[in-house]
Design a protein around this ligand. Sequence first.
Ligand code: SF4
Length: 436
Amino acid sequence: MARPARATQAQQGGGVQHLDAMSANLLKESGPREVFCGLTSIVWLHRRMPDAFFLVVGSRTCAHLIQSAAGVMIFAEPRFGTAILSERDLAGLADAHDELKRVVRDLLARRPEIRTLFLVGSCPSEVIKLDLARASEQLNQEMEGRVRVVNYSGSGIETTFTQGEDGALSALVPMLPTSTERQLLLVGTLADAVEDRLITLFKRLGIDTVRSLPPRQSTDLPPVGPGTKVLLCQPFLSDTTRRLRDRGAEILPAPYPLGAEGSRLWMEAAAQAWDINAAQIRATLDPLMERARLALEPHRQKLAGKRIFLLPESQLELPLARFLQRECGMDLVEVGTPYLNRDLMRSELELLPDGTRVMEGQHVEQQLDRVRDARPDLVVCGMGLANPLEAEGIATKWSIELVFSPIHGIDQAGELAELFSRPLHRHQLLAAGRQC
Ligand code: SF4
């Protein structure tokens, strides 16, 4: 495929714009989108920090969204909720500020175990210009350190899906203590078991001080400063990264820890920053790579040569595409992403085959037309599109599962591949059954 050098075309609403490219073919489109808003990230963030509470300041729509996304978890002791803006608030008849502070005081009186309260902005709170930053500041003064009140936006106007986590973490960065201690900071939510395993492996390599943001307890914030070297566990942390840099941290350039190859390069980036010798790296990582190769093999047999189309949702699409192409032998039809930070994706873009069609943004109707024209073997998409595409005979994989599953690290490469081989295999079995 030809490699466009500069912006050549821009059309209004739904046009496709060619951008400067590295080896990939970087494109941009705008129009109707089929994505979650940033509120959804509360579902995994509240599990990570059990002493925190997420209070959305929004409408009944926002409350319905979180309850649907969280599924059965709404029946457990809830650690998230919605302060619903009433018509009186929206019409300016009540002082929404005072109402909100009253709701917060009630909540904290009933739930004394809450240590950090996230006030999460939504579309309605933004549209009526409710100043949550000022409310947080006033509540912080009132609480005198008993509870920390933090504010960020998860609105659909400003954020897409995983960008909600970026908002929450970047809001925490100014609160991190300052330290010049030499440490490795893993940034981005990981499953606890995956985090434990990675810390063990870093220690085996010779990196002893490893901390995480977000921490498991919201009060246990890691320090940051000029001795901090950061490995990003997730690709959607643009604002958090910028704020960590402002605090003196160094971001280690690396692909993301998805798949065996990406995870190895990610760990090696830290090992090199700590001047660990090549023999030690090989002794630690080679056996893991061999195990991953064996675990990947049955899935590679099912996936190799198959064509995959990834619709934009989580910003995980580029690292996943790189893994599926390089380690599972899949062909990439199109790799969608809601937002492309070229600086944070540089290492990923370099590993994609020349001419890979990377589409930033979305015009969902046009994208679906391209899916239908290309008839890929597998489409990664949101739940709203999956069943309709299945009904058209196209196999799909729900992208939301990828943010809830423990997919990071060399050890998880086989399981990650299985998330794609399983729906493809099921689709083939059903198709064979229909022919009988
Ligand atoms: S924040 Fe906006 S997009 Fe998200 S549920 Fe509320 S109204 Fe909808």
